[in-house]
Design a protein around this ligand. Structure first.
Ligand SMILES: [Zn+2]
Length: 310
């Protein structure tokens, strides 16, 4: 098992230096898609299942190209990428570290849908120039699914690419990443509600099928879940950022003998990391000139975190 191997995934290969992982459920979904699409390819001289399988493999390859676009952009900004996990309508690119600027967030998120859009347009153009037949039909289908992948991923909700684009824009406008996350998450929740309302109002419509309704509800649930997760995360990191050693420490107190020294200017995640590296009940807070500022207790940090308003 390689270090990047995530539980419940299979490694199917390496592309541009990153592991490509799939979940077993993707194979099940692929088989279902082959059966679902096979009737479209009947009476073509070749087994409809073979042709449908070609189409499904091309669909997954398209999703992989979408993810590789994210990988290349993240790398260009010096972020490390460990693995790509493929899902049905998109993948998940595991990036170490986060965007440091709104521009990085915007570019790394938008290149995926742009890649899908480019493949879609190229496939339509190619299909148009081919003689009508099985080959052009498959190429056209590939174009179609790439447009679907581009649109789905541009839905305005975290963690989708569209949500990250909104986050980047609001981050740029307000200068605060947390505001970007929160507002993008609320846009995602609003989009989820809008999708449900739209699906329900179409219920009386003859052209609406129950499959449409189920798909709409699934997408809405996915958007709501992702946005709630993002809000929770933003709240947690905001609370952690308010932990400041100098404020929490007992100024002037004498550290117990042998207490682990910590720089008094530590704060937020850095403070928690330093404490986790050398677990203790009490730390000596030290100024940059080496003088003792006071004592920081693990209990005080814990209590401050709990009392910080969400
Ligand atoms: Zn994407």
């Amino acid at each position: 098992m390689s270090p990047s191997q995530r539980p419940g995934t299979w490694r199917i290969g390496r592309v541009v230096g990153v592991d490509v992982l799939i979940r077993p459920s993707l194979l099940v979904m692929g088989a279902i898609l082959v059966v679902a699409f096979a009737p479209r390819y009947e009476d073509r001289g070749t087994s409809p299942y073979v042709l449908a399988a070609v189409f499904v493999v091309a669909l997954y390859a398209s999703v992989l190209i979408h993810e590789i676009a994210h990988v290349v952009a993240a790398r260009a900004f010096g972020m490390r990428v460990d693995s790509v996990t493929l899902h049905l309508l998109g993948g998940e690119t595991l990036i170490e570290g986060e965007s440091r600027t709104p521009w990085q967030e915007l570019v790394t998120s938008i290149v995926g849908p742009l890649a899908s859009l480019a493949i879609g347009v190229a496939s339509f153009t190619a299909a148009d120039s081919m003689a009508i037949g099985t080959a052009s039909d498959i190429v056209w289908s590939i174009g179609y699914v790439n447009i679907v992948v581009a649109i789905f991923n541009m839905l305005p909700g975290l963690p989708l690419d569209g949500g990250r684009v909104f986050k980047a824009i609001i981050w740029q406008l307000t200068g605060r990443e947390e505001a970007g996350t929160r507002i993008a998450a609320w846009i995602g929740r609003a989009a989820a509600v809008a999708i449900v309302v739209l699906a329900l109002t179409r219920l009386g419509n003859d052209t609406a099928t129950s499959v449409d309704l189920v798909i709409s509800l699934l997408i809405a649930w996915f958007l709501w879940q992702g946005s709630s997760e993002a809000l929770h995360h933003a709240g947690r990191s905001a609370r952690i950022n308010r932990l400041v050693a100098r404020d929490i420490g007992f100024a002037g107190a004498t550290p117990p003998p042998g207490a682990v020294p910590l720089p008094v200017d530590l704060r937020g995640a850095e403070l928690l990391k330093a404490m986790a590296a050398r677990p203790a009940e009490a730390y000596a807070l030290v100024e940059s000139d080496g003088t003792i500022y006071g004592v920081l207790t693990a209990r005080a940090v814990d209590e401050t975190y709990r009392e910080t308003p969400r």
